[in-house]
Each structure stands twice: as C-alpha cells, then as structure tokens.
Design a protein around this ligand. Sequence first.
Ligand code: NAD
Length: 437
Amino acid sequence: MKIAVVGTGYVGLVTGTCFAETGNEVVCVDIDAAKVKRMQNGEVPIYEPDLDVLFERNHRQGRLKFTTDLKEAVDASDIIFLALPTPPGEDGSADLRYILGVAKDLSKLITKYTIVIDKSTVPVGTAEKVHAALAENLDESLFDVVSNPEFLREGVAVDDFLKPDRVVIGTDSQQAEDKLRRLYEPFVRSGNPIIFMDLRSAEMTKYAANSYLATRISFMNEIANLCEKAGADVDAVRRGMGSDSRIGKRFLFPGVGYGGSCFPKDVQALAHTAGQHDYSFRILNAVMDVNTKQRFRIADKIEAYFGDDLSNRTIALWGLAFKPNTDDIREAPALYTIDRLLEAGAKVRTFDPEATEHVRALYGDKLTYCADQYEALEGADALAIVTEWSVFRTPDFDKMKNLLSSPIIFDGRNLYDTARMQEAGFHYDSIGRQPVG
Ligand code: NAD
C-alpha cells in the first residue's frame, strides 16, 4: 500500500518505519526541515531501541522516504496517517491546531480517494472536525476519516508496534475498514485482535486506557506513601495484590509520579472533556493531584534529611529521561526534582545514558553533566535515583561508597533490596518502604 505519515516524532517515525518493514511504500512528512534532512541522510533523529536497524533497511531499500512537501506525500499515497502533536492548551484541553491545520491543507491537496487516519491522541469528536475541515474543499466521496489511536510505549515502541496487544480502529466506512484490516493483518498474526468500532468510541478508548494506567500509578503511589507511615513495605503489598488475576502484576510500581508526553496531558484532556459534558470526573482530579505531589517525593525526602537549605550540598542524580530506554524528557519527574534542588541551592551532578543533551539544552550550566554514572557521585552528599535504567540496577556499591562524600541514597524507583543496603552501610530511603541505615 502507499502510505503517508504526517509528523515524524516518536509515533510517526515508528509507524512509518514499521509499515515500510511490512512492504508498504511510505513517505514521512515533517515541517522540521533540519530533521527531514537528517532522516534523508539516513540518521534516526530519536533514540528508540531497534528503530535504527529497521529504519536503515527500509530507507536503503527505498520503501521509507522523507520530505517536507505535503503535496508530494499526498500525491504518492492513498492512506494518510496524522501523527501530529496534540499538546495541552491553557485550559487543559488538547490543542488541535496541528491536526486541523494539516486537515485544511489536505483538503486542498487530495485529488483521489484517500483515507485520512488520526493516529494522534485526540478528544472525542475530533474525527468529525477533521471531516468538516476536509469537506470544506473536497467532495465527501473522495475521503474517509478514521480514528486509529496508538498505544505504543516509548522505549519499546518498535516491539509494541510490530506486536500490538490490539489495534483499535474507529470508522463508519466499509471501504476503510477493509483496507485497514489488510494493512494491520501482518502485525496481529499471533491472534491479537483488530477491534473495529465507531469513531467516538475509538477516540475515547485511548484516553480511557491512558487515564486508567495513570490512575493505577497514582493509586500505588498513595498506597506507598501510606505504607511508609504505617510501617508496611509496598513491595510486599504490590506482590500480594498483583497475584490476584483480577488486578494483575503489571503497572503496580510506585515511584516519583508519572511523566512523559502522554499521561499528564491525556488525563488533563479527559478531565476537560468531562467538564465540557457537564460531568465532574472526580477520580481524574485526584489522580492529577496525587501526581503533582509525588513528583516532588524524592526532593521532599532530601529536604527532610538535610533541611530546606541545600546551598552547601551536592546531589548526584541518576536518570533524566521520563522513563528508561528513551531520550524523551517531556514532563520528566527528574526535571521537577532538579528544579526543587536548584531552588534550595543545591549543586546537582547528573547522569543519564541517553537524555543528557536534551537536559543540557534546557538548563545549560546550571547543572553538571557527567559522562558516566560513577562520575556523577564524585564528592556528592547523596545520590537521588529518578529513572530506572537497567544500568543502575547492579552497580558497584563499594565504588559508590568511596565516591560519595557520605553513603546516602534516595531511591525514587525502589531498585535495591533494603536489607542489603543496610548491610552495605548505606542510609537508604526509597518509596513506600522503611528507610534503613
Ligand atoms: P512528537 O512531538 O514526538 O512529534 C510530532 C512531529 O510532528 C514533530 O516531528 C513535528 O516537527 C511534526 N509536526 C508538527 N507540525 C507539523 C506539520 N504541520 N506538518 C508536519 N509535521 C509536523 O509527538 P509524538 O510523541 O510522536 O506524539 C504524536 C501524537 O501521538 C500525540 O497526539 C501523542 O499524544 C500521541 N501518542 C504519543 C505516544 C508516545 O509515546 N509518544 C504514544 C501514543 C500516542
């Protein structure tokens, strides 16, 4: 099939590359000319495991092309995916200016039957707005609008795209349904479903899924905070709860709050949609409230230990990306931690395997950026762990003790066994477990 993908961020580039991998001809469009140039030269502009191999192969074999020219992409395709940003507006609603702007452009460029597919996360009713924007200049027989929300997770995006738990497609067109079934069949050969539904339900499904996951996180963070006060251990509680098949083991880890480009904005946008329908979605308000506080949990612990004035303190910080295996720092809990530490006067020495350059672009010389996790510890009064990169899981604790000026760890991801940390001679404070040492 001939496919255009408009927007080559984490979703668009993975989508385009994976569709090329199954033999389709794909043109990716972006307004960022520098980014397009890099991709034309064979460079992958984001860090996403396994993307480089697929990108290189499909680019070399001519199935994956890049352009800034929307017309060129429209002429070359009969399916167009919109993988554009939908950032939060000032009132919390999803900002549809990118989606509707491109829809308007498409209305002037489409000349043959084309399926326009919304892959961005957009509120209920957006497909109707895209339809209206296209219909301004196009006969309705020339297009169908489909909602196909994306569920990939950054860090495992390629794997998620190639082997999705499910594909959700909202459409009222049989022609679009048939074509998309064929497009997605190679990805669900193991039997996972392609679930067809109406447009509004598809749009709602994405927000419901993300908001439910965010709810689980905030719920577990509340349980963790209560465990600390009540003398329980959230790790034991998590295992005890998660063994119940109605609950399940996954996504029950407490931490320093959810971040990233999706959960915060999607929970906010769903709450906003509820408001537009005169419905107060009370759980979502609590989920956001808990998360706002939890993002400062590690900074709170540091201040509780050393006092509010950290002007004579140096804190080492492991992890900047909002989660492991990505270079994405959008709404990363690490940034909230850094802001609080800087505000309290601390010097901060950071290390992250992939995200350092993005943080440097934001903070410049306000932070020290280290090339290695141990270098970050040199002379620091304590280590704060904010992102659970695998490389932090079994470090050399003796070396850490020698480098830190005092053996103190604040762990926002519960990476280590508390009894072992006590034995190793650390003061170790984590989330939802009793501090030791
Ligand atoms: P992103 O910010 O990484 O990428 C968006 C891209 O669109 C950028 O490269 C930008 O230059 C480009 N762009 C902006 N305006 C354009 C225009 N007019 N024409 C062409 N290109 C344009 O965004 P993302 O993280 O890939 O997210 C895209 C959408 O997918 C959002 O709605 C998001 O909520 C949703 N989503 C994201 C994820 C995720 O993990 N990142 C997962 C599922 C769904």
